[in-house]
Design a protein around this ligand. Structure first.
Ligand code: HAM
Length: 418
């Protein structure tokens, strides 16, 4: 038997309502902040990610689904979507038309990680990118929007952590201080972190193999920020306070992508166990230029949909259990009329069903309506046709009444749709 690949999964109809709820909430909230949707391809040239995310990151060095296509090109299934969105914006001159472009996306991403609860090889992100401003007020606006999104989705117990990773002017000093601090423990670091120690010791702060235990009492990024970076960070915090967004500073928060500078942030949840990051993001003021575009700063975040879904309340997004109407017929003439009636109800937005076999007994039809958990049965028999009416039976409570067959508006007004 052929099964779904390890680290991927099917989203079955029972769960789809939750996904639709999360996506609809994102679209509704992001619109209020001026974000518009962009859809980019699932695969891109490998070089885009190598240059965009950074060769030394876990994502690029260990986790990408990279393959050579039949034309000999090296392609990669996107492990994230900030680099692709920047590529698309440069390619289509979006920055020339408006240098304050705000874009969002929803779709699958791919990383070869060890699957566990909340961690998949094909996972899904909802993300946003706000281009064109270096102002701290925009950092705060984007962070505030991320919290509104989670609130409107009804996700409880979230914890917003923020930090600043400085810039290329002040970060080298921090790297040196961290190296000095870790030098006596160098032999105890994992093999990856010994390499990171040379190449980019900041990555040690993000080690998943346990090296973070050596960081107690280590110098923090915040202590080594230069004045412009410190001012920026203070201003972001002031804006967040002004906007009433609770947060805490996490001085060791670095993220697994190299393009970040200054503000980084994550929202964590207590309910998911080890994979507790519901979303993460930050500022990337040089990425557009590094990928060959104009000098346009940016900030954004992406949220893992699979994790959001796991955090939703049990009944969230559940669709109506059954049809609004089941039309039950008696006799050939009423069958033909019922076909049109079902069509008209559907055109008016109702979920309507009937038995497609004209020979079915009335008893069999009502049994079917029960099985489908229809909320109303509409009887259309010889009697009804003669009188020009429909008999409506509300399944809950069993009340029964007649409405003129020609007045579907009235019928729709007398029942509430699921
Ligand atoms: P990231 O932190 O790598 O950032 O991913 C963002 C979110 O995607 C994570 O917080 C998590 O919820 C989810 N996620 C990541 N990997 C997995 C996985 N294997 N399984 C399930 N969920 C996962 C980025 O991707 C950046 N592009 C975000 C960004 C946008 N920064 C600026 N703009």
């Amino acid at each position: 038997m052929i099964q779904a690949i390890k680290g991927t999964r099917d989203i079955l109809p029972e769960e789809a309502g939750k996904w639709q709820l999360a996506e609809a909430t994102a679209r509704r909230v992001f619109r209020r902040y001026g974000f518009r949707e962009i859809r980019t391809p699932i695969f891109e040239s490998t070089e885009l990610f190598a240059r965009g995310i950074g060769e030394g990151t876990d994502i690029v060095s260990k986790e990408m689904y990279t393959f050579t296509d039949r034309g000999g090109r090296s392609l990669t299934l996107r492990p994230e979507n900030t680099a692709p969105v920047v590529r698309a914006a440069i390619e289509h001159n979006l920055f020339r038309r408006a240098d304050s472009e705000r874009l969002y996306y929803i779709g699958p991403m791919f990383r070869y990680e060890r699957p566990q609860k909340g961690r998949m090889r094909q996972f899904h992100q909802i993300g946003v990118e706000a281009f064109g401003s270096v102002e701290p007020a925009v950092d705060a606006e984007v962070i505030e929007m991320s919290t509104v999104f989670l609130q409107e989705l009804g996700i409880p117990d979230t914890d917003l952590a923020i930090n600043s990773v400085g810039c290329e002017t002040c970060r080298p000093a921090y790297r040196e201080r961290l190296r000095e601090f870790l030098a006596p423990r160098l032999d105890e670091l994992c093999p990856d972190c010994r390499r990171r120690y040379q190449e980019n010791p900041l990555r040690i702060l993000d080690c998943k193999a346990g090296c973070r235990r050596f960081l107690d009492g280590s110098p923090t990024l915040l202590e080594t920020l230069d004045t412009p970076c410190r001012d920026h960070f203070e201003a972001v915090r002031r804006c967040l306070e002004h906007l009433g967004v609770p947060h805490r500073i996490e001085p060791h928060l670095v993220r697994g992508l190299d393009y970040y500078m200054r503000t980084t942030f994550e929202v964590l949840t207590a309910t998911l166990g080890a994979q507790n990051a519901l979303l993460g993001g930050g500022r990337y003021d040089h990425l557009v230029e590094d990928l060959g575009g104009p000098s346009v700063p940016g900030i954004g975040f992406a949220s893992g949909l699979d994790r959001l879904i796991l955090s939703l309340a049990p009944g969230a997004g559940e669709a109506a259990a059954g049809p609004d109407f089941f039309v039950a017929v008696q006799g050939a003439a009423s069958f033909d009329q019922a076909l049109r009636l079902v069509r008209d109800l559907r055109r008016r937005g109702a979920w309507a069903e009937m038995d497609s076999n004209p020979g079915r007994s009335l008893r069999a039809q009502t049994r079917r309506a029960d099985q489908l958990r229809a909320r109303h049965i509409l009887f259309l028999g010889e009697d009804e046709i003669r009188k020009g009416v429909l008999t409506v039976r509300r399944m809950e409570g069993g009340s029964q009444w007649e409405v003129p067959a020609s007045d579907l508006e009235r019928l729709m007004g007398e029942v509430s749709l699921g």
